[in-house]
Write a protein that binds this ligand. Structure first.
Ligand SMILES: CC(C)(COP(=O)(O)OP(=O)(O)OC[C@H]1O[C@@H](n2cnc3c(N)ncnc32)[C@H](O)[C@@H]1OP(=O)(O)O)[C@@H](O)C(=O)NCCC(=O)NCCS
Length: 171
């Protein structure tokens, strides 16, 4: 599945993506606001990620679907649906710091949410954001998500409990 918006595409990860994934994701500014992205993040992590996703693609029932944010063949970011269960799923994303502030992720979130609600026929797509992550909260607002409330001690980051702001878009 490929979704296009302007000069960017959302498409499956593939062999050969490893150098651009590692080059764009390996940043403390990305790790600090996410739960599943390590730092440092080298080629070995990128290889595991590409393999994980190609194994996933062969499964009939998928509880997650991940996409590269592609610019001219290079992976500049990632976006995905996880915890796909019944009528709902969680959305998550990251973008290489060199590309921040151009409205790329809001457009990617809009495209993937439309796909989730229309093609996957989900009724609800939600996102959880650390309260300090103002940029991500803004991304969701711009993509038409509604703020639903604060989940107290929802996640653990480096073993410490963190609140999360819950956003959702429904059909
Ligand atoms: C969050 C992230 C995906 C944003 O992507 P992006 O494509 O740069 O998003 P935008 O171009 O819309 O820019 C961010 C918006 O937040 C605003 N913003 C950024 N930092 C801000 C801050 N500290 N306070 C308030 N607003 C802020 C920007 O002004 C912009 O809004 P605007 O267009 O109304 O001016 C990117 O910063 C990122 O990858 N962060 C690290 C990983 C991450 O946080 N993932 C999400 C986990 S929930």
């Amino acid at each position: 599945m490929t979704l296009c918006f302007g000069k960017y595409k959302l498409r499956p990860f593939r062999r050969g993506d490893e150098p651009s994934i590692a080059a764009n994701i390996n940043d403390k500014k990305i790790e600090r606001y996410t739960l599943a992205i390590p730092y440092p993040y080298g080629l070995k992590c990128a290889r595991q990620w590409v393999k994980f996703n190609s194994d996933l693609a062969r499964k009939k029932k998928r509880t997650q679907q991940n996409f590269a944010i592609d610019l001219a063949g290079e992976v500049i970011g990632g976006i995905g649906l996880s915890s796909i269960r019944g009528h709902k799923a969680e959305i998550g994303y990251w973008l290489g710091v060199n590309y921040w502030g151009r409205g790329i992720v809001p457009a990617a979130v809009r495209a993937l949410t439309r796909y989730a609600l229309r093609e996957l026929k989900l009724l609800r797509v939600y996102a959880k954001v650390f309260p300090v992550n103002k940029a991500s909260a803004r991304v969701l607002e711009k993509a038409g998500y509604k703020y639903e409330g604060r989940l107290v001690k929802e996640d653990l980051k480096h073993g410490k409990p963190q609140d999360a702001l819950l956003f959702a878009k429904t059909r």
